[in-house]
Design a protein around this ligand. Structure first.
Ligand code: PLP
Length: 387
């Protein structure tokens, strides 16, 4: 099978380009103006008006009560899990089909991941698989010190202290299903919404279903500020703790330096926030542009035998961060990757599932048949906003 017609189609979507990258940032708004303002005012670092403005904008776009600006998505995940109470020796449930940062954030706290399968349609954590695993592998116990109900993994006798689903490539997972399971088992839900700024599930923004959600504004994401992240939550004390820990846990005082906890230098600098504010102004236009492309791709791939285009799941509006296709098998996938990349159209397979990496090969896993199926077949194709 040749993928010539697909390559020609992608080249027609992105004309006059010798090489078509997977996802390019676009700076076509107020980026230069706002960044220059921070330089001219000298407020380039962790204090400044753009950081506050960015937090207000993120809260308003997502509908969350509070937003905290963070240096990057990985640190935002680390801090959100810390604020949710994840501790040394705990277990945290997540998906193996994700970027490595999701699981690394769990490790930073001395906790270990449990990998549960994704569903085939959303490519995110599957509520049915989660429920089945919890039913057979865990018991609920009352902690004698705190008096709280805890979910204990029978095999290791360790506490499960968070569930972290991820909205894969911008497509929302079945997050209301996960939310009700987490409520039943009294486990905090922290959404890795790093890829899904602007994506909604049942008209509610991703990242706002659980205790907290996390976004990334890295260079390859839908909008970028070089490096950046955010935590959103409706819980006031959670938001206060996240902000406090992100600013070295420094107690407010005009001249004294006092700290009451082991904090982090995780605050987003004002110069990045300026770039982020300019990009946020264009978020809706970028998403409209990507959604138009989704229609073109889905029309095109409908006629191509052996390739399934991954359209947004039901009940959701996706930001279509990375457009994704599913090939028949691993062999076809590898042929597709070779032919496209040789012809100047950058494509790439999805991440190696985290449970196969050397650091996590001994992790506790559910049945990961969908994860393995998808990991062998998914390919991300040209996804940049078109001129
Ligand atoms: C990008 C990404 C992150 C990390 O964000 P950074 O800003 O690059 O640190 C975390 N999780 C997922 C799923 C991501 O795609």
């Amino acid at each position: 099978m040749s993928f010539k017609s697909t390559i020609e189609f992608i080249k027609s979507i992105y004309p006059n380009k010798g090489f078509i990258p997977l996802h390019e940032p676009k700076f076509i708004g107020n980026e230069k103006k706002y960044v220059l303002e921070t330089i001219e005012s000298t407020f380039v670092s962790s204090v400044g008006e753009y950081v506050n403005k960015f937090e207000q904008e993120i809260a308003s776009i997502t509908g969350a009560k509070y937003a905290v600006a963070i240096v990057n998505g990985t640190s935002a995940l680390h801090l959100a899990l810390k604020c949710a109470g994840v501790q040394n020796n705990d277990l945290v449930i997540t998906q193996s089909l994700s970027f490595i940062a999701t699981t690394n954030a769990i490790s930073y706290l001395g906790a270990a991941p449990i990998f549960i399968d994704v569903d085939l349609q959303t490519m995110g954590l599957c509520p049915i698989a989660l429920k089945e695993w919890l039913l057979t592998e865990t018991v609920q116990k009352i902690n004698n010190e705190s008096g709280k109900i805890e979910c204990i993994h029978i095999g290791s006798q360790k506490r499960i202290s968070a569930v972290v689903p991820m909205h894969t490539f911008g497509h929302p997972c079945v997050v209301d299903g996960l939310e009700s399971i987490c409520e039943e088992y009294q486990i905090p839900l922290i959404e890795d919404a790093a890829e899904s700024i602007g994506s909604q599930y049942k008209n509610k923004h991703t990242g706002t279903f659980g205790l907290a959600g996390v976004f990334s504004f890295n260079g390859n994401k839908t909008i970028t500020c070089g490096g950046g992240g955010a935590i959103v939550t409706n819980d006031e004390s959670f938001a206060k703790l996240a902000k406090h820990l992100s600013t070295q846990a420094k107690l407010p005082h005009v001249w004294e330096f006092n700290h009451d906890m082991v904090g982090y230098n995780y605050r987003m600098p004002n110069i990045n926030a300026a770039l982020a504010c300019a990009q946020l102004e264009q978020l809706n236009a970028f998403i409209d542009n990507k959604r138009e492309l989704a229609l073109m791709y889905s029309d095109f791939f409908e006629k191509i035998e052996g390739i399934v285009y991954k359209s947004e799941p039901i009940n959701s509006k996706s930001n279509y961060w990375l457009h994704t296709i599913q090939l028949k098998d691993k062999e076809q996938r590898d042929l597709f990757l070779a032919e496209t990349n040789e012809n100047g159209v950058m494509t790439r397979p999805t991440w190696t599932p985290t449970h196969l990496l050397p650091m996590y090969k001994d992790a506790i896993c559910g049945d990961l048949k969908n994860t393995s199926f998808l990991a062998e077949r998914l390919v991300n194709i040209s996804s940049s906003v078109r001129a």
